[in-house]
Design a binder for this molecule. Sequence first.
Ligand SMILES: Cc1cc2nc3c(=O)[nH]c(=O)nc-3n(C[C@H](O)[C@H](O)[C@H](O)COP(=O)(O)O)c2cc1C
Length: 175
Amino acid sequence: METKIDVLGISGSPRKGNTEILVKKALDVCESEGLKTKLVSLADDISTDEILGYMCDARAIIIGSPTYFANVPAKLKDLMDKTIILRRQGRKLKNKIGGAIAVGGSRNGGQEYVILAIHNFMLIHEMLVVSDKDTAHFGGIASGRNLGDVVNDKEGLETTENLGKRLVEILALLI
Ligand SMILES: Cc1cc2nc3c(=O)[nH]c(=O)nc-3n(C[C@H](O)[C@H](O)[C@H](O)COP(=O)(O)O)c2cc1C
């Protein structure tokens, strides 16, 4: 079957802000290397079924999230929980590549816990979790509080771009 999307990016924030900027950044890296990408934002009016369909179509999935009390926001958790049907109906996310991005208002505001929650979600779906290339920790990790602040976070942008690069690298290996 022809895959319609190479890399799906999901921005898990209820507002169009820092998370979406970062997810777009990672997708731009993939796109510049010739991969077909799609961005879905939970701030938009989009149904869960549509998102689940895109997840099934994609070879790789990036989930970006703001840090809310050191966790993912309810809207993203709701989507994650609804994917249980994909697991029950034949492990539909199995062997897809997965990467995570987290942004918080504080430098050490719990982003790593958010990344862990996303990675755990991916592992339970039997996805293949990757980190950021070269900076090589857990994925994209940024700080920024107000809308757009994240564009000034050099390290956050770098780790996010490096997540995109790692996805490109791994997807090339799997062709
Ligand atoms: C309900 C709520 C809880 C938050 N909790 C945290 C937190 O635990 N740690 C942190 O660093 N930032 C926290 N923040 C700040 C957001 O993570 C930060 O503003 C982020 O940039 C939001 O991303 P967005 O622009 O994509 O919505 C919280 C914000 C809200 C609204």
